[in-house]
Design a protein around this ligand. Structure first.
Ligand SMILES: CC(C)(COP(=O)(O)OP(=O)(O)OC[C@H]1O[C@@H](n2cnc3c(N)ncnc32)[C@H](O)[C@@H]1OP(=O)(O)O)[C@@H](O)C(=O)NCCC(=O)NCCS
Length: 188
């Protein structure tokens, strides 16, 4: 079991931490896997990954959350990200904080996204005291939508995502939300 102290928080099998420059290469591998990127407009460049990691690092410093780098506790292996990020694109529900996930393919269907997303939602609501958490996915990404429902989010509506407006395949997205005012408490 890897030293748990390096993590901001942990779940049963996962550790959640801020990003390190040593994550760049593995994150690049994940983001150039066409199956992982099936529901995105394209695969990422190295520059985009470096920029993403820098944005996440500084969001953590200034806001106390980001899409956290996630390791398996049993061996410290980096498997992708699960976490929270501010969204500011033009939409009825923005600015908002969303919960999102991206995991390397050989770790899929082991329950990691569900376990990690539940723990991040618990961290957001109970530690950071954020009252509303959103999640967004293209309607065709049914697996991601399934995770939203499994962690307790409720569907709000479907909308045309302003950043995907030119992508006929992806532009219709689902919006899910956890609203603390409509629930007394969130427990895993
Ligand atoms: C989405 C993703 C994070 C899920 O990770 P994961 O660790 O495999 O997820 P889990 O194992 O916790 O749960 C997978 C669930 O989806 C279900 N599932 C699998 N394929 C599915 C499909 N095509 N449609 C609906 N549900 C599906 C599984 O049965 C499982 O549900 P269950 O536990 O009720 O049986 C992972 O597939 C991924 O990284 N995808 C690429 C990135 C991505 O799409 N991110 C979201 C962008 S909006």
């Amino acid at each position: 079991m890897k030293n748990k102290k390096k993590y901001i928080f942990t779940s049963q099998r996962l550790g959640f931490r801020n990003w390190e420059s040593t994550d760049i290469e593995e994150m690049f591998q994940i983001n150039t896997d066409e199956e992982v990127m099936e529901f995105f407009p394209g695969i990422a460049t190295k520059e985009q990954i470096i920029d993403f990691i820098e944005r996440m690092k500084s969001q953590f410093v200034y806001k106390g959350f980001c899409y956290f780098a996630v390791d398996k506790l049993e061996n410290g292996e980096f498997i992708g990200f699960i976490g929270l990020s501010e969204q500011t694109y033009e939409a009825e529900f923005t600015p908002c904080i969303d919960i999102g996930w991206r995991i390397k393919r050989n770790e899929w269907n082991k329950g990691f996204a569900t376990e990690g997303a539940k723990r991040c939602l618990d961290y957001a609501l109970n530690d950071l005291k954020i009252k509303e958490i959103y999640s967004i996915a293209p309607k065709i990404n049914t697996k991601s939508e399934h995770i939203m429902t499994k962690i307790g989010l409720r569907k709000q509506y479907e909308f045309e995502h302003p950043l995907l407006i030119n992508d006929e395949r992806l532009k219709i997205c689902v919006l899910y939300k956890y609203d603390l005012s409509k629930n007394t408490e969130y427990s895993i």
